[in-house]
Ligand binder design. Structure first.
Ligand code: C2E
Ligand code: CA
Ligand code: CA
Length: 464
Protein backbone atom coordinates (compact mmCIF):
# COMPACT_ATOMS: atom_id res chain seq x y z
CA UNK A 1 0.00 0.00 0.00
CA UNK A 2 2.69 2.46 1.12
CA UNK A 3 4.68 1.51 -1.96
CA UNK A 4 1.83 2.53 -4.24
CA UNK A 5 1.48 5.91 -2.43
CA UNK A 6 5.18 6.55 -2.78
CA UNK A 7 5.08 5.79 -6.41
CA UNK A 8 2.10 8.09 -6.79
CA UNK A 9 3.79 10.98 -4.98
CA UNK A 10 6.90 10.48 -7.06
CA UNK A 11 4.87 10.51 -10.17
CA UNK A 12 3.16 13.78 -9.23
CA UNK A 13 6.56 15.29 -8.50
CA UNK A 14 8.00 14.12 -11.79
CA UNK A 15 5.06 15.48 -13.73
CA UNK A 16 5.37 18.85 -11.95
CA UNK A 17 9.09 19.00 -12.71
CA UNK A 18 8.49 18.14 -16.34
CA UNK A 19 5.83 20.81 -16.60
CA UNK A 20 8.10 23.42 -15.05
CA UNK A 21 10.82 22.44 -17.48
CA UNK A 22 8.44 22.60 -20.39
CA UNK A 23 7.24 26.06 -19.29
CA UNK A 24 10.84 27.24 -19.03
CA UNK A 25 11.72 25.85 -22.44
CA UNK A 26 8.63 27.44 -23.87
CA UNK A 27 9.45 30.80 -22.26
CA UNK A 28 13.04 30.64 -23.52
CA UNK A 29 11.82 29.76 -26.98
CA UNK A 30 9.60 32.84 -26.91
CA UNK A 31 12.13 35.23 -25.42
CA UNK A 32 14.79 37.31 -27.07
CA UNK A 33 17.88 36.47 -25.05
CA UNK A 34 19.50 39.90 -25.34
CA UNK A 35 16.58 42.06 -24.22
CA UNK A 36 14.32 39.61 -22.39
CA UNK A 37 11.45 40.80 -24.60
CA UNK A 38 9.17 38.56 -26.60
CA UNK A 39 10.94 37.39 -29.78
CA UNK A 40 9.69 37.60 -33.34
CA UNK A 41 8.05 34.19 -33.45
CA UNK A 42 6.14 34.71 -30.22
CA UNK A 43 5.27 38.25 -31.29
CA UNK A 44 3.55 37.02 -34.45
CA UNK A 45 1.59 34.44 -32.47
CA UNK A 46 0.60 37.04 -29.85
CA UNK A 47 -0.48 39.50 -32.51
CA UNK A 48 -2.73 36.88 -34.11
CA UNK A 49 -4.23 36.02 -30.71
CA UNK A 50 -4.93 39.67 -29.95
CA UNK A 51 -6.56 40.23 -33.31
CA UNK A 52 -8.67 37.09 -32.79
CA UNK A 53 -9.83 38.39 -29.42
CA UNK A 54 -10.52 41.86 -30.81
CA UNK A 55 -12.47 40.34 -33.70
CA UNK A 56 -14.63 38.42 -31.23
CA UNK A 57 -14.99 41.22 -28.67
CA UNK A 58 -15.12 44.22 -31.01
CA UNK A 59 -11.97 45.92 -29.70
CA UNK A 60 -9.07 47.61 -31.46
CA UNK A 61 -5.39 46.64 -31.57
CA UNK A 62 -2.63 49.15 -32.28
CA UNK A 63 0.73 48.02 -33.58
CA UNK A 64 3.76 50.26 -33.05
CA UNK A 65 7.00 49.40 -34.80
CA UNK A 66 10.08 51.10 -33.44
CA UNK A 67 13.37 51.42 -35.26
CA UNK A 68 16.52 53.11 -34.01
CA UNK A 69 17.78 55.89 -36.25
CA UNK A 70 21.50 55.66 -35.73
CA UNK A 71 22.08 52.18 -34.41
CA UNK A 72 24.38 51.07 -37.18
CA UNK A 73 26.55 54.13 -36.66
CA UNK A 74 26.75 53.50 -32.91
CA UNK A 75 27.51 49.84 -33.49
CA UNK A 76 30.27 50.71 -35.94
CA UNK A 77 31.88 53.38 -33.76
CA UNK A 78 31.47 51.88 -30.28
CA UNK A 79 31.57 48.19 -31.18
CA UNK A 80 29.09 45.34 -31.08
CA UNK A 81 29.27 44.84 -27.35
CA UNK A 82 28.25 48.45 -26.75
CA UNK A 83 25.47 47.96 -29.29
CA UNK A 84 24.24 44.95 -27.32
CA UNK A 85 24.28 46.91 -24.07
CA UNK A 86 22.25 49.65 -25.68
CA UNK A 87 19.66 47.19 -27.01
CA UNK A 88 19.41 45.42 -23.65
CA UNK A 89 18.80 48.75 -21.88
CA UNK A 90 16.17 49.71 -24.43
CA UNK A 91 14.48 46.36 -23.91
CA UNK A 92 14.25 47.08 -20.19
CA UNK A 93 12.87 50.56 -20.78
CA UNK A 94 10.24 49.33 -23.17
CA UNK A 95 9.15 46.57 -20.81
CA UNK A 96 8.99 49.04 -17.93
CA UNK A 97 6.91 51.43 -19.98
CA UNK A 98 4.32 48.90 -21.13
CA UNK A 99 1.02 48.46 -19.32
CA UNK A 100 -0.27 45.06 -18.17
CA UNK A 101 -2.15 44.61 -21.43
CA UNK A 102 0.65 45.64 -23.78
CA UNK A 103 3.30 43.36 -25.26
CA UNK A 104 6.79 44.56 -26.17
CA UNK A 105 8.85 42.50 -28.62
CA UNK A 106 12.21 42.63 -30.33
CA UNK A 107 11.73 41.75 -33.97
CA UNK A 108 15.45 41.56 -34.70
CA UNK A 109 18.42 43.90 -34.99
CA UNK A 110 17.37 47.32 -33.73
CA UNK A 111 13.71 46.80 -34.52
CA UNK A 112 11.10 46.59 -31.78
CA UNK A 113 7.32 46.36 -31.69
CA UNK A 114 4.57 47.05 -29.19
CA UNK A 115 1.12 45.52 -29.38
CA UNK A 116 -1.25 47.81 -27.55
CA UNK A 117 -4.89 48.54 -26.82
CA UNK A 118 -4.51 52.31 -26.23
CA UNK A 119 -7.03 54.59 -27.89
CA UNK A 120 -4.78 57.65 -28.29
CA UNK A 121 -2.15 56.15 -30.57
CA UNK A 122 -0.45 59.48 -31.38
CA UNK A 123 0.25 60.12 -27.72
CA UNK A 124 1.52 56.58 -27.17
CA UNK A 125 3.75 56.84 -30.25
CA UNK A 126 5.25 60.14 -29.09
CA UNK A 127 5.94 58.61 -25.67
CA UNK A 128 7.82 55.78 -27.39
CA UNK A 129 9.90 58.22 -29.43
CA UNK A 130 10.79 60.13 -26.24
CA UNK A 131 11.50 56.97 -24.27
CA UNK A 132 13.91 55.54 -26.82
CA UNK A 133 15.57 58.90 -27.49
CA UNK A 134 16.55 59.46 -23.85
CA UNK A 135 20.34 59.34 -23.69
CA UNK A 136 22.11 56.30 -22.23
CA UNK A 137 25.58 56.12 -20.77
CA UNK A 138 27.63 53.35 -22.36
CA UNK A 139 31.32 52.91 -21.56
CA UNK A 140 31.17 56.35 -19.92
CA UNK A 141 29.87 57.97 -23.08
CA UNK A 142 26.46 59.50 -23.47
CA UNK A 143 24.70 58.14 -26.51
CA UNK A 144 21.23 58.79 -27.82
CA UNK A 145 20.29 56.75 -30.86
CA UNK A 146 16.95 58.43 -31.60
CA UNK A 147 14.01 56.43 -32.86
CA UNK A 148 11.31 56.40 -35.49
CA UNK A 149 7.92 54.83 -34.88
CA UNK A 150 5.32 53.63 -37.37
CA UNK A 151 1.74 52.86 -36.33
CA UNK A 152 -1.23 51.00 -37.79
CA UNK A 153 -4.50 50.04 -36.10
CA UNK A 154 -6.82 47.05 -36.39
CA UNK A 155 -9.59 47.16 -37.62
CA UNK A 156 -9.39 50.79 -38.76
CA UNK A 157 -6.41 50.33 -41.09
CA UNK A 158 -5.98 46.61 -41.62
CA UNK A 159 -8.08 43.46 -41.38
CA UNK A 160 -5.34 40.96 -40.54
CA UNK A 161 -1.94 40.59 -38.92
CA UNK A 162 0.14 40.61 -42.07
CA UNK A 163 -1.45 43.82 -43.41
CA UNK A 164 -1.23 45.43 -39.99
CA UNK A 165 2.52 44.75 -39.93
CA UNK A 166 2.98 45.84 -43.51
CA UNK A 167 1.12 49.11 -42.92
CA UNK A 168 2.97 49.92 -39.70
CA UNK A 169 6.21 49.25 -41.61
CA UNK A 170 5.13 51.57 -44.43
CA UNK A 171 4.45 54.33 -41.90
CA UNK A 172 7.84 53.70 -40.31
CA UNK A 173 9.58 53.77 -43.67
CA UNK A 174 7.93 57.07 -44.56
CA UNK A 175 9.07 58.78 -41.38
CA UNK A 176 12.58 57.34 -41.76
CA UNK A 177 12.98 58.70 -45.27
CA UNK A 178 11.98 62.10 -43.89
CA UNK A 179 14.82 62.08 -41.37
CA UNK A 180 13.34 59.99 -38.54
CA UNK A 181 13.10 60.97 -34.84
CA UNK A 182 9.32 61.13 -35.12
CA UNK A 183 6.30 58.88 -35.45
CA UNK A 184 4.00 58.36 -38.39
CA UNK A 185 0.51 56.87 -38.49
CA UNK A 186 -0.80 54.86 -41.45
CA UNK A 187 -3.19 57.07 -43.43
CA UNK A 188 -5.00 57.57 -46.72
CA UNK A 189 -1.82 58.54 -48.55
CA UNK A 190 -0.12 55.30 -47.52
CA UNK A 191 -3.25 53.30 -48.30
CA UNK A 192 -3.28 54.67 -51.84
CA UNK A 193 0.41 53.81 -52.19
CA UNK A 194 -0.18 50.32 -50.86
CA UNK A 195 -3.00 49.77 -53.35
CA UNK A 196 -0.88 51.07 -56.21
CA UNK A 197 1.91 48.71 -55.24
CA UNK A 198 -0.40 45.74 -54.92
CA UNK A 199 -1.90 46.31 -58.37
CA UNK A 200 1.53 46.85 -59.87
CA UNK A 201 2.77 43.68 -58.21
CA UNK A 202 -0.02 41.59 -59.71
CA UNK A 203 0.51 43.19 -63.10
CA UNK A 204 4.25 42.63 -62.98
CA UNK A 205 3.84 38.93 -62.21
CA UNK A 206 1.64 38.67 -65.29
CA UNK A 207 3.77 40.96 -67.49
CA UNK A 208 6.92 38.85 -67.45
CA UNK A 209 5.49 35.66 -68.97
CA UNK A 210 3.33 37.84 -71.26
CA UNK A 211 6.51 39.32 -72.75
CA UNK A 212 5.58 42.90 -71.86
CA UNK A 213 9.06 43.63 -70.54
CA UNK A 214 11.27 44.23 -73.53
CA UNK A 215 14.79 45.39 -74.30
CA UNK A 216 15.40 48.92 -75.51
CA UNK A 217 18.78 50.04 -76.75
CA UNK A 218 20.91 53.12 -76.25
CA UNK A 219 23.82 53.68 -78.66
CA UNK A 220 27.36 53.79 -77.30
CA UNK A 221 29.59 56.12 -79.31
CA UNK A 222 33.29 55.83 -80.04
CA UNK A 223 34.77 59.16 -78.87
CA UNK A 224 37.37 59.20 -81.62
CA UNK A 225 35.23 58.48 -84.68
CA UNK A 226 31.78 59.47 -83.41
CA UNK A 227 30.40 56.19 -84.76
CA UNK A 228 28.03 53.88 -82.88
CA UNK A 229 30.17 50.98 -81.65
CA UNK A 230 27.78 49.32 -79.30
CA UNK A 231 24.46 49.40 -77.47
CA UNK A 232 23.43 49.26 -73.84
CA UNK A 233 20.34 47.18 -73.24
CA UNK A 234 17.77 48.89 -70.99
CA UNK A 235 14.55 47.24 -69.86
CA UNK A 236 11.19 48.84 -70.61
CA UNK A 237 7.76 47.68 -69.52
CA UNK A 238 5.23 48.04 -72.26
CA UNK A 239 2.31 48.42 -69.85
CA UNK A 240 -1.12 47.89 -71.45
CA UNK A 241 -2.72 50.93 -69.71
CA UNK A 242 0.14 53.05 -68.45
CA UNK A 243 2.26 52.97 -71.59
CA UNK A 244 5.99 52.66 -71.48
CA UNK A 245 7.48 52.37 -67.99
CA UNK A 246 11.16 52.98 -67.18
CA UNK A 247 13.03 50.64 -64.80
CA UNK A 248 12.63 53.02 -61.85
CA UNK A 249 8.91 52.17 -61.89
CA UNK A 250 9.39 48.40 -61.61
CA UNK A 251 12.99 47.24 -61.04
CA UNK A 252 13.08 48.04 -57.29
CA UNK A 253 9.76 46.25 -56.78
CA UNK A 254 10.90 43.31 -58.91
CA UNK A 255 14.01 43.04 -56.72
CA UNK A 256 11.90 43.04 -53.59
CA UNK A 257 9.53 40.39 -54.95
CA UNK A 258 12.31 38.16 -56.25
CA UNK A 259 11.18 38.72 -59.84
CA UNK A 260 14.28 40.52 -61.07
CA UNK A 261 16.02 37.41 -62.30
CA UNK A 262 13.07 36.49 -64.52
CA UNK A 263 13.11 40.03 -65.91
CA UNK A 264 16.84 40.10 -66.50
CA UNK A 265 16.71 36.72 -68.23
CA UNK A 266 13.81 37.71 -70.48
CA UNK A 267 15.46 41.00 -71.41
CA UNK A 268 18.82 39.32 -71.93
CA UNK A 269 17.46 36.60 -74.22
CA UNK A 270 15.42 39.01 -76.33
CA UNK A 271 18.27 41.54 -76.53
CA UNK A 272 20.85 38.95 -77.58
CA UNK A 273 18.55 37.59 -80.27
CA UNK A 274 17.97 41.06 -81.65
CA UNK A 275 21.53 42.36 -81.38
CA UNK A 276 23.19 39.19 -82.72
CA UNK A 277 22.24 40.26 -86.27
CA UNK A 278 23.72 43.75 -85.78
CA UNK A 279 26.99 42.21 -84.59
CA UNK A 280 27.02 39.61 -87.36
CA UNK A 281 26.54 42.34 -89.98
CA UNK A 282 29.31 44.47 -88.47
CA UNK A 283 26.91 47.29 -87.53
CA UNK A 284 28.11 47.25 -83.90
CA UNK A 285 30.77 45.43 -81.91
CA UNK A 286 29.48 45.48 -78.34
CA UNK A 287 26.27 44.67 -76.49
CA UNK A 288 26.08 45.66 -72.83
CA UNK A 289 23.53 44.15 -70.42
CA UNK A 290 22.64 45.18 -66.87
CA UNK A 291 22.31 42.61 -64.15
CA UNK A 292 20.89 43.12 -60.70
CA UNK A 293 23.16 42.65 -57.67
CA UNK A 294 20.55 40.10 -56.56
CA UNK A 295 21.18 37.93 -59.62
CA UNK A 296 24.87 37.97 -58.88
CA UNK A 297 24.34 36.57 -55.39
CA UNK A 298 23.31 33.31 -57.06
CA UNK A 299 26.51 31.20 -57.19
CA UNK A 300 25.24 29.71 -60.47
CA UNK A 301 24.74 33.10 -62.12
CA UNK A 302 27.76 33.12 -64.47
CA UNK A 303 27.31 29.49 -65.51
CA UNK A 304 23.63 30.04 -66.31
CA UNK A 305 24.37 33.25 -68.20
CA UNK A 306 26.94 31.50 -70.36
CA UNK A 307 24.41 28.73 -71.01
CA UNK A 308 21.81 31.27 -72.13
CA UNK A 309 24.34 33.10 -74.25
CA UNK A 310 25.30 29.85 -75.98
CA UNK A 311 21.69 29.40 -77.03
CA UNK A 312 21.79 32.72 -78.94
CA UNK A 313 23.86 33.70 -81.96
CA UNK A 314 25.66 36.46 -80.12
CA UNK A 315 29.41 35.74 -79.80
CA UNK A 316 30.63 35.82 -76.18
CA UNK A 317 33.30 38.38 -77.10
CA UNK A 318 30.59 40.88 -78.11
CA UNK A 319 28.91 40.76 -74.70
CA UNK A 320 29.58 43.03 -71.73
CA UNK A 321 27.87 42.43 -68.41
CA UNK A 322 27.41 45.57 -66.30
CA UNK A 323 27.67 45.09 -62.57
CA UNK A 324 27.66 47.64 -59.76
CA UNK A 325 30.08 48.12 -56.94
CA UNK A 326 27.41 47.36 -54.37
CA UNK A 327 27.80 43.76 -55.34
CA UNK A 328 31.61 43.79 -55.29
CA UNK A 329 31.40 45.08 -51.73
CA UNK A 330 28.82 42.50 -50.70
CA UNK A 331 30.77 39.43 -51.63
CA UNK A 332 34.13 39.96 -53.27
CA UNK A 333 34.93 36.24 -53.41
CA UNK A 334 31.76 35.39 -55.30
CA UNK A 335 32.19 38.45 -57.53
CA UNK A 336 35.65 37.28 -58.46
CA UNK A 337 34.41 33.78 -59.32
CA UNK A 338 31.67 35.16 -61.58
CA UNK A 339 33.95 37.69 -63.26
CA UNK A 340 36.70 35.15 -63.86
CA UNK A 341 34.27 32.57 -65.22
CA UNK A 342 32.82 35.15 -67.63
CA UNK A 343 36.27 36.44 -68.61
CA UNK A 344 37.42 32.88 -69.36
CA UNK A 345 34.68 32.66 -71.97
CA UNK A 346 35.55 36.07 -73.44
CA UNK A 347 32.60 37.94 -71.89
CA UNK A 348 33.63 41.39 -70.67
CA UNK A 349 32.60 42.88 -67.35
CA UNK A 350 31.99 46.60 -66.81
CA UNK A 351 31.70 48.38 -63.49
CA UNK A 352 28.55 50.52 -63.70
CA UNK A 353 27.75 53.82 -61.96
CA UNK A 354 31.40 54.39 -61.20
CA UNK A 355 32.08 57.48 -59.07
CA UNK A 356 28.93 57.22 -56.96
CA UNK A 357 29.85 54.84 -54.17
CA UNK A 358 33.09 53.70 -52.68
CA UNK A 359 34.60 53.75 -56.15
CA UNK A 360 37.95 52.26 -55.89
CA UNK A 361 40.14 51.95 -58.93
CA UNK A 362 42.53 49.78 -56.93
CA UNK A 363 39.92 47.05 -56.64
CA UNK A 364 40.02 46.89 -60.43
CA UNK A 365 43.67 45.93 -60.45
CA UNK A 366 42.80 42.66 -58.79
CA UNK A 367 39.83 41.75 -60.95
CA UNK A 368 39.61 41.12 -64.70
CA UNK A 369 37.30 44.12 -65.26
CA UNK A 370 37.89 45.77 -68.63
CA UNK A 371 35.56 48.74 -68.51
CA UNK A 372 34.25 51.29 -66.05
CA UNK A 373 31.24 53.44 -66.71
CA UNK A 374 31.57 56.93 -65.27
CA UNK A 375 28.31 57.86 -63.62
CA UNK A 376 26.01 60.52 -64.97
CA UNK A 377 26.29 62.57 -61.78
CA UNK A 378 30.00 63.14 -62.48
CA UNK A 379 29.47 63.87 -66.16
CA UNK A 380 26.78 66.48 -65.43
CA UNK A 381 29.35 68.94 -64.05
CA UNK A 382 32.21 68.09 -66.31
CA UNK A 383 33.51 71.04 -68.32
CA UNK A 384 31.62 73.39 -65.94
CA UNK A 385 32.96 72.72 -62.48
CA UNK A 386 36.75 72.84 -62.55
CA UNK A 387 37.07 70.45 -59.61
CA UNK A 388 34.85 67.80 -61.19
CA UNK A 389 36.66 68.18 -64.52
CA UNK A 390 39.94 67.62 -62.75
CA UNK A 391 38.62 64.60 -60.89
CA UNK A 392 37.26 63.02 -64.07
CA UNK A 393 40.50 63.78 -65.93
CA UNK A 394 42.51 62.06 -63.21
CA UNK A 395 40.15 59.07 -63.18
CA UNK A 396 40.58 58.75 -66.94
CA UNK A 397 44.33 58.96 -66.49
CA UNK A 398 44.37 56.27 -63.79
CA UNK A 399 42.08 54.02 -65.81
CA UNK A 400 44.39 54.29 -68.80
CA UNK A 401 47.33 53.37 -66.61
CA UNK A 402 45.44 50.27 -65.47
CA UNK A 403 44.50 49.36 -69.03
CA UNK A 404 40.78 49.82 -68.30
CA UNK A 405 38.58 51.50 -70.88
CA UNK A 406 36.13 54.21 -69.87
CA UNK A 407 32.59 54.85 -71.00
CA UNK A 408 31.06 58.17 -69.93
CA UNK A 409 27.33 57.95 -69.23
CA UNK A 410 24.68 60.64 -69.46
CA UNK A 411 26.48 62.97 -71.86
CA UNK A 412 23.85 65.60 -72.51
CA UNK A 413 25.60 68.43 -74.31
CA UNK A 414 28.44 69.29 -76.60
CA UNK A 415 30.61 70.90 -73.91
CA UNK A 416 30.68 67.63 -71.98
CA UNK A 417 31.38 65.62 -75.12
CA UNK A 418 34.24 67.89 -76.15
CA UNK A 419 35.82 67.81 -72.72
CA UNK A 420 35.57 64.01 -72.52
CA UNK A 421 37.01 63.55 -75.98
CA UNK A 422 39.93 65.86 -75.23
CA UNK A 423 40.76 63.99 -71.98
CA UNK A 424 40.85 60.64 -73.76
CA UNK A 425 37.57 59.04 -72.72
CA UNK A 426 37.11 56.01 -74.98
CA UNK A 427 33.35 55.85 -75.41
CA UNK A 428 30.32 57.96 -74.61
CA UNK A 429 26.65 57.48 -74.15
CA UNK A 430 23.86 59.98 -73.50
CA UNK A 431 20.93 62.03 -74.71
CA UNK A 432 23.34 64.28 -76.64
CA UNK A 433 23.91 61.36 -79.02
CA UNK A 434 20.70 59.37 -78.69
CA UNK A 435 18.05 58.38 -76.19
CA UNK A 436 17.24 54.74 -75.56
CA UNK A 437 15.00 53.39 -78.35
CA UNK A 438 13.07 50.25 -79.22
CA UNK A 439 14.67 47.46 -81.24
CA UNK A 440 13.07 48.51 -84.53
CA UNK A 441 14.21 52.13 -84.18
CA UNK A 442 17.73 51.00 -83.27
CA UNK A 443 17.80 48.68 -86.24
CA UNK A 444 16.73 51.48 -88.59
CA UNK A 445 19.28 53.90 -87.18
CA UNK A 446 22.16 51.42 -87.45
CA UNK A 447 21.29 50.59 -91.05
CA UNK A 448 20.97 54.25 -91.99
CA UNK A 449 24.34 55.05 -90.45
CA UNK A 450 25.91 52.11 -92.29
CA UNK A 451 24.40 53.25 -95.59
CA UNK A 452 25.76 56.75 -95.07
CA UNK A 453 29.19 55.45 -94.17
CA UNK A 454 29.27 53.12 -97.16
CA UNK A 455 30.56 55.65 -99.79
CA UNK A 456 33.38 56.67 -97.45
CA UNK A 457 34.21 53.03 -96.77
CA UNK A 458 34.13 52.23 -100.47
CA UNK A 459 36.44 55.18 -101.13
CA UNK A 460 38.87 53.89 -98.51
CA UNK A 461 38.75 50.44 -100.04
CA UNK A 462 39.40 51.92 -103.49
CA UNK A 463 42.35 53.97 -102.20
CA UNK A 464 44.05 50.85 -100.81
P1 C2E B 1 22.05 52.52 -65.79
O1 C2E B 1 22.56 51.16 -66.07
O2 C2E B 1 22.97 53.49 -65.17
O3 C2E B 1 21.48 53.05 -67.19
C1 C2E B 1 21.62 54.36 -67.64
C2 C2E B 1 20.37 55.14 -67.39
O4 C2E B 1 20.61 56.51 -67.73
C3 C2E B 1 19.20 54.70 -68.26
O5 C2E B 1 18.02 54.94 -67.51
C4 C2E B 1 19.27 55.68 -69.41
O6 C2E B 1 18.03 55.84 -70.07
C5 C2E B 1 19.67 56.93 -68.69
N1 C2E B 1 20.36 57.89 -69.54
C6 C2E B 1 21.14 57.63 -70.61
N2 C2E B 1 21.64 58.77 -71.13
C7 C2E B 1 21.16 59.77 -70.37
C8 C2E B 1 21.33 61.21 -70.40
O7 C2E B 1 22.01 61.79 -71.23
N3 C2E B 1 20.69 61.92 -69.44
C9 C2E B 1 19.91 61.33 -68.50
N4 C2E B 1 19.31 62.11 -67.59
N5 C2E B 1 19.75 59.97 -68.43
C10 C2E B 1 20.37 59.22 -69.36
P2 C2E B 1 16.89 53.86 -67.42
O8 C2E B 1 16.72 53.20 -68.74
O9 C2E B 1 15.71 54.52 -66.79
O10 C2E B 1 17.49 52.77 -66.45
C11 C2E B 1 17.73 53.07 -65.11
C12 C2E B 1 18.48 51.96 -64.42
O11 C2E B 1 17.71 50.78 -64.35
C13 C2E B 1 19.75 51.55 -65.17
O12 C2E B 1 20.76 52.45 -64.86
C14 C2E B 1 19.99 50.16 -64.63
O13 C2E B 1 20.65 50.22 -63.40
C15 C2E B 1 18.58 49.68 -64.38
N6 C2E B 1 18.19 48.76 -65.47
C16 C2E B 1 17.82 49.04 -66.74
N7 C2E B 1 17.55 47.92 -67.43
C17 C2E B 1 17.76 46.89 -66.58
C18 C2E B 1 17.66 45.46 -66.69
O14 C2E B 1 17.33 44.88 -67.74
N8 C2E B 1 17.97 44.75 -65.58
C19 C2E B 1 18.36 45.33 -64.42
N9 C2E B 1 18.65 44.56 -63.37
N10 C2E B 1 18.48 46.65 -64.27
C20 C2E B 1 18.17 47.43 -65.34
CA1 CA C 1 24.17 50.23 -66.98
CA1 CA D 1 25.09 53.49 -64.99
Amino acid sequence: MSDTRNTHAELVQRVAALEAERALTLRLAQTDSLTGLVNRGAFTAALCDRLEAARAGGGAVALFVVDLDRFKHLNDTLGHHAGDLLLAELGQRLRGDCSETEIAARLGGDEFAIISDVADVARRAQRLVNLVSQPQVIYGRQVSPGASVGVAVYPHDAADASDLQRFADMALYRVKTKGGRRFSIFDAELRAESERRRTLEEELRRAIPAGEIEPWFQPVIDSGTGAVVGVEVLARWNHPDQGLLAPAAFVPMAEELGLIRAIDEAVFDAACRRAAAWVAEGLIELVSCNVSPRDLLDPGFSRKLIGRLDRTDLPATALTVEITETFLLQDLGLARRHIERLAARGVRVALDDFGTGYSNLRALMHLPIQTVKLDRSLIADVGRDARVSKLVASMLHAARALGVSIVAEGVEDEAQALFLRSTGCDRMQGYFFARPMCGDAMDAQLREAAAQAEPARAARRAAR
